[in-house]
Design a protein around this ligand. Structure first.
Ligand code: FES
Ligand code: FES
Length: 152
């Protein structure tokens, strides 16, 4: 099958029921997206399908009809780069393992709500677990990215 990932087409010869995460990491070599729980509970594997966050560990690749965006899509779209810059500026990660999923969820939030409240952030990010407890810094980085987007 042919997949559009970060604007490039990739041909893969896999079973339709293989989780998208496996295809991204093992077939295409995009290892920025992480495996956490494998049962759609932690958010570490979050990528976008046509701009919408999905759990790639539990999403059969055969169901993908649209454009996939992963953490490797640096600067494209622009919101993703603003979020990444804020993450670096505020030194948001601790161990870092959950952070690509956090960034992808934050990016989807800001695409729909450029000025989120703390409650909006907590609601949108509730499905992204951070075992290091970096939640206050994640929230601060989302506000910083939102402010940076206003300046553009
Ligand atoms: S690895 Fe997919 S939600 Fe946890
Ligand atoms: S930064 Fe370690 S799990 Fe989130």
């Amino acid at each position: 099958m042919k997949l559009n990932i970060n604007g490039d087409y990739h041909e893969v010869d896999v079973e339709a029921d293989m989780p998208l995460l496996w295809v991204l990491r093992d077939e295409i070599g995009l290892t920025g997206t992480k495996f956490g729980c494998g049962i759609a509970q932690c958010g570490a594997c979050t990528v976008h399908l046509d701009g919408r966050p999905i759990r790639s560990c539990s999403y059969p690749v055969g169901n993908v009809k649209g454009k996939i965006t992963t953490i490797e899509s640096v600067g494209d779209p622009d919101i993703l780069s603003k979020v990444q810059e804020a993450w670096i500026e505020l030194q948001t990660p601790q161990c870092g393992y959950c952070q690509s999923g956090q960034i992808m969820s934050a990016t989807a939030l800001l695409a729909n709500n450029p000025n989120p409240t703390d409650e909006d952030i907590d609601q949108a990010m509730a499905g992204n677990i951070c075992r290091c407890g970096a939640y206050p810094r994640i929230r601060a980085a989302i506000h910083a990215a939102a402010n940076a987007m206003k300046e553009v």
